[in-house]
Design a protein around this ligand. Structure first.
Ligand code: HEC
Ligand code: HEC
Length: 161
């Protein structure tokens, strides 16, 4: 009796570990060190990097593949690749957010404001609400996710020269 109980507890543990790993593994080999960081600290820990990336994804309401290219037939995204223009825009956004925080918010209101991040503008959308005309008249309907996107949802890839 005790023996089978032990086994089933063990089996349950194994199942839990497998499930939790399938959620935390980011379809990417955790032993790989980042090779193409231009803005984040190069010695950022694996945990911190994933935390940042998860925040970007949630702030924009997207999956990793929105910014990271995955080649046909490959299981994992090539996270170091800069092939997607969304990733390049994200880098520019990172610089912009740093500037807003360090140049403006650091001193605005005598420095008593919290720092902003991607979600401050994006609120779970790929494209923030740019114009007040996009806001529904009824404030109760202002759930950002339900406000229709502009017709041109996504920025076009820059022209190749
Ligand atoms: C909104 C765009 C965006 C999303 C979504 C995003 N990333 Fe990133 N990711 C970036 C940018 C930009 C960089 C490069 C940062 C830099 O240059 O400092 C990066 C870098 C990385 C790197 C380091 C690659 C290397 O070798 O240099 C990894 C790993 C990574 N992302 C994983 C993820 C994972 C996993 C997800 C999903 C949970 C994700 N990213 C979602 C924009 C994004
Ligand atoms: C101050 C407001 C603001 C903040 C903060 C902000 N963004 Fe943006 N973001 C914008 C605007 C405005 C656009 C362009 C929307 C348009 O006109 O299509 C945009 C567009 C983007 C796009 C292109 C979307 C597409 O569909 O091509 C990406 C990717 C992006 N932002 C990532 C980020 C990330 C990552 C962060 C945090 C590091 C961030 N943004 C923070 C305002 C902001």
């Amino acid at each position: 009796m005790i023996f089978t109980k032990k086994i089933s507890v063990f089996a349950l543990l194994v199942i839990l570990i497998v499930i939790s790993q399938s959620f935390t593994s980011f379809n990417h080999n955790d032993d790989e060190k980042p090779t193409n960081l231009k803005i984040l600290q190069k010695d950022i820990s694996e945990d911190e990097l994933h935390h940042v990336m998860r925040e970007y994804s949630r702030a924009l309401g997207v999956k990793c593949g929105f910014c990271h290219e995955r080649k046909e037939g490959q299981k994992h995204a090539d996270f170091a690749s800069d092939a997607k223009h969304e990733k390049l825009i994200a880098r520019e956004m990172m610089l912009m957010v740093n500037d807003i925080n360090n140049k403006y918010l650091a001193t605005a209101g005598k420095g008593r404001f919290e720092k902003i991040s991607c979600v401050t503008c994006h609120m779970g959308r790929k494209v923030p609400i740019i114009s007040v005309d996009s806001l529904p008249k009824n404030p109760n309907q202002r759930d950002p996710k339900k406000i229709p996107l502009p017709v041109n949802d996504s920025i076009k890839a820059p022209q190749k020269h």
